[in-house]
Design a protein around this ligand. Structure first.
Ligand code: PLP
Length: 423
């Protein structure tokens, strides 16, 4: 008989052999003391500092956000009770979609259970509805976008990361008459670089392509009302679909798209990932709404976060740590192999009580394994100094070189990886 269990076991063993087996940290964040948390391991409990959270602004513990969740759950219950179509469309969710449409100055918005699902469902549905659609996808797009492209069944072409000349060559070859969907991110979350959005929308307009931007790592973080990089750069009205998450800077859970009524209604009506699943509960929707409303009016959190991120980068560079050339709030520090990356992460936690999850393949290309540091407004100057000292000690302990910033090396590695993957 077929030995099912041993097949699963050997699949997992293969990951262990490549040092890609994932171990989750058992954490308990405490309202009022984030980024401090309790870490539980092998029966022991210990206070640690989290340095890799995507709750970039600490909104997950904001009093208005927590109160909104508690109030809505107390009044309307814990769950939504159904799919959107069958009794699950609760009023806070309707208000949330209005808030999101307003945030991005679009006609409509549609909320999904996660940012992953929003990309997978929307990209596949939009391109399936367009006859003979060609999808042009940035080389470093997130797994959720790649899944959306795959599921669409449409022809796809990958353009070299942020290379608008390459994108133009592909657009030109496809011709102006063919339906084309350009999918890309604003902030690339593992490197912290930013897409040349204006040049991309210029090309889209010139060659008659639709644009779909993932602003998952930028919403709440950039622009006067926290709508993202496209808002900051005055480009929101030139992008067809803006996608985001409620789970990172907004501190809650869920994903969304915004666009014209026609696009939003089409995805609402045709996307299985939207239709055949239970709606977001009222407590989550109310909390997300409170967070968005707060960040529309308050820039205090954004300014404090940018300051702490900048300070972290400067301190690390002064100490000789190999900080990658991020233009944003993300601070990636290159390690370059999975074994050392895991060893550095383990040592930081065991010796210093600092938690930074190692980032390995396939999240990043092999050879670019890294520690991805995400300072928040709640990481004080003192915590930053402690982090830098701990990282320097860790680098020495693991035997990693203190080489300073890594621009040239990274660019050449990217070119190699692109060539190796068949361009
Ligand atoms: N898009 C990008 C670029 C991401 O990095 C992520 C998650 O890390 C997602 C989408 C998925 O968002 P969510 O965590 O809300 O599922």
């Amino acid at each position: 008989m077929f030995d099912y269990q041993s097949h699963f076991q050997s699949a997992v063993d293969a990951l262990r052999a490549e040092r890609r087996y994932r171990v989750f940290a058992d954490l308990e964040r405490r309202v009022g003391s984030f980024p401090r948390a309790v870490h539980r391991s092998e029966g022991a409990e210990r206070d640690i500092v989290i340095w890799c959270s995507n709750d970039y602004l600490g909104m997950g513990q904001h009093p208005k956000v927590v109160a909104a969740m508690q109030e809505a759950a107390g009044r309307m219950g814990a769950g939504a009770g159904g799919t959107r179509n069958i009794s699950g469309t609760n009023h806070p969710l309707v208000q949330l979609e209005r808030e999101l449409a307003d945030l991005h100055r679009k006609q409509g918005a549609l909320v999904f259970t996660s940012g992953f699902v929003s990309n997978e469902a929307s990209i596949s549905t939009i391109s399936r509805l367009l006859p003979d659609c060609l999808i042009l996808s940035d080389q470093l797009n997130h797994a959720s976008m790649i899944e959306g492209v795959r599921r669409s069944g449409s022809q796809k072409q990958i353009w070299r990361h942020n290379d608008v000349e390459h994108l133009e060559d592909l657009l030109k070859a496809a011709g102006r008459e063919r339906a084309k969907l350009i999918v890309f991110e604003s902030v690339y979350s593992m490197d912290g670089d930013v897409a040349p959005i204006e040049q991309i929308v210029d090309l889209a307009e010139r060659y008659g392509a639709m644009t779909y931007i993932d602003e998952v790592h930028a919403v709440g973080m950039y622009g006067p009302r926290g709508a993202g990089i496209a808002e900051r750069d005055g480009l929101m009205d030139r992008i067809d679909v803006i996608e985001g998450t409620l789970a990172k800077a907004f501190g809650v859970l869920g994903g969304y798209i915004t666009g014209t009524n026609a696009v939003v209604d089409a995805v609402r009506s045709y996307a299985p990932g939207f239709i055949f699943t239970t709606a977001l509960p009222p407590g989550l929707a109310a909390a997300a709404c409170a967070s968005i409303r707060h960040l529309k009016r308050s820039g205090v959190e954004r300014a404090a976060q940018q300051r702490q991120a900048q300070r972290t980068k400067e301190r690390m560079i002064d100490a000789g740590l190999p900080v990658m050339p991020s233009e944003t709030h993300i601070v990636p520090v290159l390690v370059g192999d999975p074994e050392s990356c895991k060893a550095a992460s383990d040592h930081l936690l065991d010796r210093h009580g600092i938690y930074i999850q190692p980032i390995n393949y396939p999240t990043v290309p092999r050879g670019t394994e890294r520690l991805r540091v995400t300072p928040t407004p709640f990481h004080s100057d003192q915590l930053i100094d402690q982090l830098v000292d701990a990282m320097v000690e860790t680098w020495e302990h693991v035997g990693l070189p203190l080489t300073g910033p890594t621009t040239v090396e990274l660019v050449s590695r990217r070119a190699e990886i692109f060539a190796a993957s068949g361009g």
